[in-house]
Design a protein around this ligand. Structure first.
Ligand code: TEU
Length: 545
């Protein structure tokens, strides 16, 4: 039986602002994406997920939508978008959109009407509430720190709810009309030929109550909106009213998900797959992510990653996205074993169970910025968190920024993609990009130099992707963890036809690992092999007879 496309194909995430700027205005655009479709085809990916391209004032780079039915002019027009779907289809590539429905932009027509007229029907599209004496309606604070409530100008003691920035007011999913609006948006894009949706902060959309939350530094109040019954029901409603009529799928961005809830999302049919974040936050303090930047050890990453591989039948597997630091900078080696470690991470990612997500730039080992300063930062979250840290710890702006920049600054993932070693890394023809270029493009960290080097990270990605695309075992086999040295990722992928053993050294030490005589090497990131030993960041896929 042929599985659904999202279970067969690798998904590549594009952050459109930074992908390719075809008209040299400093912002990536749809025509830029079209110009790189052959590159993506050649890479071996079968689905593109586009971070938001809708009309937006870009306070949170598009995760603040002001019109779901139009394309932000900096990216192009609706015609360009239709053309993208057409051109992608020609190459058998499917397009997935980002669905941001927890909140809209404060520039959305609905919110503007709600502000303008207390009696407008749009008032109840959001959460407007009276303050509690001189205080906001409750004690919730947002994902980016600070209160979740903003005072409404010109109204006595009135506030509105926003889990993210104050420019992102939360929608009210108790309101039937809001649910219908979203169903119409889904239909609109599915009818255009969009294949599926990545659903932003989807397990937060339904606020069961607005009672005070338990004490927490971030996301106080979340017990009232995370993974609520109403969220499942809303998604099942979308399924029944719209999604069941199409060949489509939903992947949920589900922060703070538990195995029990993850399984419930899958078994109820509310989501087809989801992202967990335990491994993404494996290096940070649970309560205050900017603290305790511990030195990386393989087990920090592998423990949560493998736990999730074991407890759910399917998952969205990733090491990077537009909200995370670059994976080689976090989990790999940025000096002597740079290439080896990037390839080791590639092997790890592409051998996992579930749908694999590759984030733009990951495929050629893009690293974090080395020299970003506060004044050059764009990320709204970083700015809010720096502000909070300054206030609480009485640090200077630069000191606070240093802490935040090394742990959570999302800009590291958002630098323009380096296509070659010409000006601005070939992102465009020389116009100053919306965000600083990562200067490492001059040192070979760009697509063209990678393509020209048979031993490059990019060429290893291609090999590994090809291997996975042709391997039913990697795509559909069981995942079984193998006990081993804590610096090794050692696991089996298995169907009733074939067993593969994957062993990857995620350290710069040489590690002894006794091999069985019954195994044959299928793929490796080193050219040769030393029996019973794994060199720094050496990874091997064996076939077990
Ligand atoms: O991210 C949600 C989310 O959980 C983030 O706040 C995350 O904790 C943070 O980025 C730290 O890495 C989604 C989008 O992916 C993000 O870009 C948006 O800013 C956010 O929702 C609001 O829409």
């Amino acid at each position: 039986m042929k599985e659904k496309a999202f279970k067969e194909r690798i998904i590549y995430q594009i952050y459109p602002l930074s992908f390719c700027d075809s008209n040299n205005d400093g912002y990536g655009d749809i025509n830029g994406i079209i110009s790189k479709l052959d590159y993506l085809k050649d890479l071996g990916i079968g689905i593109i997920w586009l971070s938001p391209i809708y009309k937006s004032p870009l306070k949170d780079n598009g995760y603040d939508i002001s019109d779901y039915y139009s394309i932000n002019p900096i990216f192009g027009t609706m015609e360009d978008f239709d053309n993208l779907i057409k051109e992608a289809n020609k190459r058998d590539i499917k397009i997935v959109m980002d669905l941001v429905i927890n909140h809209t932009s404060n520039q959305h027509y609905w919110f503007k009407e709600a502000l303008k007229d207390k009696n407008s029907k749009y008032r109840d599209y959001y959460y407007f509430r009276k303050g509690n004496g001189k205080k906001p309606p409750n004690n919730w604070n947002g994902a980016f720190s600070g209160s979740c409530w903003e005072k409404v100008e010109g109204e006595e003691n009135m506030y509105y709810l926003h889990l993210f920035t104050k420019e992102q007011p939360d929608l009210n999913f108790h309101n039937e009309e809001v649910v219908k609006e979203i169903e119409n948006i889904l239909k609109f894009y599915l009818d255009k030929g969009v294949y599926g949706f990545r659903c932003d902060v989807i397990n937060d959309i339904y606020k069961t109550s607005l009672d005070n939350g338990k004490f927490r530094f971030f996301s106080r109040g979340k017990e009232h909106y995370e993974n609520q019954e109403g969220c499942f029901n809303t998604l099942l409603r979308f399924r029944k009213e719209v999604l069941n009529n199409y060949d489509t799928f939903l992947v949920g961005e589900t922060s703070a998900i538990t195995p029990k809830m993850g399984n419930k999302f899958l078994s109820s049919g509310a989501l087809d797959l989801f992202f967990e974040f335990d491994h993404a936050f494996c290096m940070s303090n649970k309560f205050v992510p900017i603290f305790k930047k511990r030195k990386f050890k393989a087990k920090y990453l592998l423990k949560p990653l493998f736990k999730w591989q074991e407890v759910v039948p399917w998952i969205g597997a990733y090491l990077e996205n537009h909200d995370q630091l670059r994976s080689v900078s976090r989990f790999g080696n940025t000096s002597k074993y740079y290439k080896e470690s990037a390839k080791a991470l590639a092997m790890l990612l592409l051998s996992l169970k579930g749908t694999i997500f590759i984030y733009q730039g990951e495929e050629f080992g893009t690293l974090n910025y080395q020299d970003l300063i506060y004044e050059e930062t764009n990320d709204c979250m970083t700015k809010e968190v720096v502000n909070t840290v300054q206030n609480i710890l009485h640090l200077s702006k630069d000191k606070a920024f240093k802490l935040v920049n090394e742990t959570v600054n999302r800009d590291h993932a958002r630098a323009p993609i380096a296509w070659d070693n010409t000006i601005n890394g070939g992102f465009n023809l020389g116009h100053k990009p919306w965000i600083k270029v990562n200067s490492l493009y001059k040192e070979g960290i760009n697509v063209k130099d990678n393509l020209n080097d048979s031993n490059s990270i990019l060429n290893f990605y291609k090999e590994m992707i090809r291997f996975r695309n042709n391997s039913d075992t990697l795509k559909h086999g069981e995942f079984i963890k193998v006990k081993s040295n804590s610096n090794l990722a050692k696991f089996i992928r298995k169907t009733n036809k074939e067993t593969l053993l994957i062993v990857i050294n995620l350290s710069s030490k040489v590690i002894k690992d006794k091999e069985n005589n019954n195994i044959k090497i299928l793929l490796s990131n080193y050219k040769d092999h030393i029996k019973d030993k794994l060199r720094p960041y050496e990874g091997i896929i064996y076939k077990v007879n």
